[in-house]
Write a protein that binds this ligand. Structure first.
Ligand code: APR
Length: 256
């Protein structure tokens, strides 16, 4: 972490330490240090190599279910050996600290990799779904990955339907329950922290404005400015795996 970020880190820690209710929204940047590609990085991002409209859109699945399911299985094989990083663990600690002092904590993630849960975060809202379970397009029945025969694509369900990943594709609505929770928690929190997201995909990108409009203090942790950087109270520029532990360690010190 650049030493010049110290004042911002201290300000973020003070806001989080004094908050009664915290919402954290994460994006692909929080998993980047675990080795999982982000989407919009110009060189290494998935969308630099693949066309999201050809692979991550409901119409693409209807047009070519074999290609789309094959690609999601490939994405899963790339992330299944990845481990949570220090940023994931720091957010799990922040939840523990906040709830231990009677505060409320809500983690909303756009990521589908399950790393927050593996780091110990609980009650995580996966607003863009998960790659770790699939469902039958005919019956809606959910399948764990271990139950699925990936020797052919699209994989078949027990009832002869085809299986799709439980991710939210472009052209699809977010799960209603997750959306309601995201709006409810964001409009009633004291502090909203956005971590590792380009803040360009709706409705996730507008949650911070909803929080700010309801009186919350706002924090952004990112490598670089995003469309929300101009409205936040605190901007911490750095890697999530370094910035979050620095912020949460200061939170702990203040509690001692
Ligand atoms: N630490 C902090 N931020 C990082 C790091 C890091 N180590 N590495 C990258 N970032 C930042 C980038 O600067 C960028 O702002 O993370 C952000 C990643 O942005 P995207 O690749 O657009 O990912 P995300 O914001 O999660 O995308 C939102 O778009 O493609 C859809 O459904 C997909 O959920 C995804 C949604």
């Amino acid at each position: 972490m650049d030493a010049n970020q110290a004042p911002q880190i201290e300000k973020a820690a003070r806001l989080l330490r004094e908050a009664r209710s915290i919402v954290v929204l994460t994006g692909a940047g929080v998993s980047a240090e675990s080795g999982i590609s982000t989407f919009r990085d110009k060189e290494t991002g998935l969308w630099a190599k693949y066309d999201p409209m050809e692979l991550a859109h409901i119409d693409a699945f209807h047009r070519d279910p074999e290609l789309v399911t094959h690609w999601y299985h490939w994405r899963f094989t790339r992330c299944k050996d990845c481990e949570p990083n220090a940023g994931h663990y720091a957010l799990a600690q922040l939840q523990e600290q906040t709830e231990a002092r009677g505060g409320s904590f809500s983690l909303l993630t756009q990521n589908v990799d399950g790393l927050h849960q593996r780091a110990g975060s609980t009650n995580v809202s996966e607003i863009h779904g998960t790659i770790l379970t699939w469902r039958c397009t005919k019956t809606g029945e959910h399948y764990d990955l271990a139950e699925i025969d990936f020797s052919s694509f699209p994989p078949a369900s027990r009832t002869g339907g085809i299986l799709r990943p439980n991710v939210v594709w472009f052209g699809e609505m977010l799960p209603e329950q997750e959306l309601e929770r995201a709006f409810r928690d964001s409009s009633s929190c004291d502090v909203f922290m956005s971590v590792g997201t380009s803040s360009v995909v709706q409705p996730a990108a507008s949650l911070i404005e909803l929080a700010k409009g309801a009186g919350a203090s706002t924090i952004e942790v990112n490598l670089e400015p995003t469309p929300i950087s101009g409205i936040v109270d605190v901007s911490v520029f750095g890697k999530a795996g370094e910035a979050l532990p620095a912020i949460i360690d200061l939170c702990k010190e203040g509690l001692s």
